[in-house]
Write a protein that binds this ligand. Structure first.
Ligand code: KG4
Ligand code: ZN
Length: 356
């Protein structure tokens, strides 16, 4: 099964070609990603209009390059997978329309893929993780805990009720004048800081369920910055370290609850796994805390290589191949869907926007 994947839901334009064997093993034949970070950096966040135009400008070339590098022609493909949602409507339309056109010309099936399903299934390509497993998705647009039961069967345990975790990092960085994207800068500054200097709140800690909230933390950071004005390099480091300590506590607490729920649902699961995906999975302090917490509960941890944790087209192609292999070609939509929860039974989270 050879599939071309297209990803344009946010600020990465990407194309990839992958192969899935009948036994379920994956091989990446070619991958191309163009990050638009520099286009959006002056605005401190993703500007939808700029993102859509950049996808139009670059997608065709990236697809050609991916095909060339794979050494295959469109005629060798078994299907085209394109992200149909959730995400920014302009970008989704660019990717889906392009995928649809190629599929029509070459008489191939088009698979409109849920971006979150791409993140959810990547660890099967990279580490051969077996169903069911727990997924912690922490990116600039999403913060969710899900049980991945099978292809197309997802149970959402929790989501953010306001900001996504990556967004919280980006906003903290912005308040401190550290540039965009902010996560890596906050992590770097936190290394020289005192994580105990500021007693930032730990929203949702100890509460029932697995939902997240970061807006209270953001307000507390803003107040700390204002009170410390003019901020010194040490103040910046201490705020970053204290912020990181607070979010780490929150994530660990939510993960603990999710592992408990997973074990209740699958009491016989031997050696269950937690898969971590999304750009914030790059954060070493968070990774270490999750590894420790998972080990305590008897869970293994799988974190795909960072380039496959952040937005990419390999994951979309792979999700398409997993669907094709099972005959699950009806993904539930034919058009772009800015909002598209993976678990249709999960209650919409107020304030979570496209992140739900
Ligand atoms: O998955 P991703 O590339 O795409 C989007 O959701 O757009 O995630 C990007 C997010 C950004 O918010 C960025 O600040 C955050 O991941 N991030 C980090 C780190 N590296 C990237 N957050 C914390 N620590 C990091 N080292
Ligand atoms: Zn993503």
């Amino acid at each position: 099964m050879v599939v071309l994947g297209i990803e344009t839901s946010c600020d990465e334009t990407a194309a990839a070609v992958i192969r899935r064997t009948a036994e379920g093993q994956g091989e990446i034949l070619a991958e191309r990603v163009l990050s638009q970070d520099d286009d959006h950096a002056p605005f401190g966040g993703v500007v939808p209009e700029i993102a859509a135009r950049a996808h139009v400008a670059h997608l065709d070339r990236l697809i050609s390059e991916a095909m060339q590098r794979s050494g295959l022609t469109f005629g060798d493909l078994d299907g085209i997978a394109a992200t149909a949602g959730p995400g920014l409507i302009g970008g989704l339309l660019v990717g889906l329309t392009t995928g649809r056109a190629i599929a029509q010309v070459h008489d191939l099936p088009i698979l409109p893929i849920n971006h979150l399903e791409g993140h959810a299934l990547t660890a099967r390509l990279t580490d051969g993780i077996a169903f069911p497993y727990l997924l912690l998705l922490v990116s600039g647009g999403h913060t969710q805990l899900l049980i991945i039961e099978d292809v197309g069967r997802y149970v959402r345990l929790g989501t953010t009720i306001d900001d996504a975790l990556g967004e919280a990092f980006d906003k903290t960085a912005k308040l401190l004048g550290l540039g965009y994207p902010g996560g890596p800068q906050v992590e770097r500054r936190a290394r020289e800081g005192d994580p105990t200097r500021f007693a930032f709140p730990r929203p949702m800690l100890g509460r029932e369920g697995c939902d997240f909230s970061f807006s209270g933390l953001k307000t507390a950071v803003r107040r700390a910055v204002q009170a410390a004005m003019p901020v010194t390099e040490q103040d910046i480091a201490d705020i970053c370290a204290s912020f990181q300590a607070a979010i780490t506590d929150c994530i660990v607490d939510r993960l603990r609850g999710a592992m408990r729920l997973f074990q209740q649902r699958y009491p016989d699961a031997a050696a269950p796994n937690v898969v971590v995906a999304g750009g914030v999975a790059a954060n070493s302090s968070l990774r270490q805390a999750m590894l420790d917490e998972a080990a305590k509960a008897g869970f293994g941890v799988s974190i795909p290589p960072l380039r496959l944790c952040t937005d990419n087209a390999v994951m979309i192609a792979w999700a398409g191949a997993e669907r094709l292999a099972r005959g699950l070609t009806d993904t539930g939509t034919l058009t772009a869907r800015p909002r598209w929860p993976l678990d249709p039974h999960a209650a919409p989270a107020i304030g979570a926007g496209v992140k739900a």
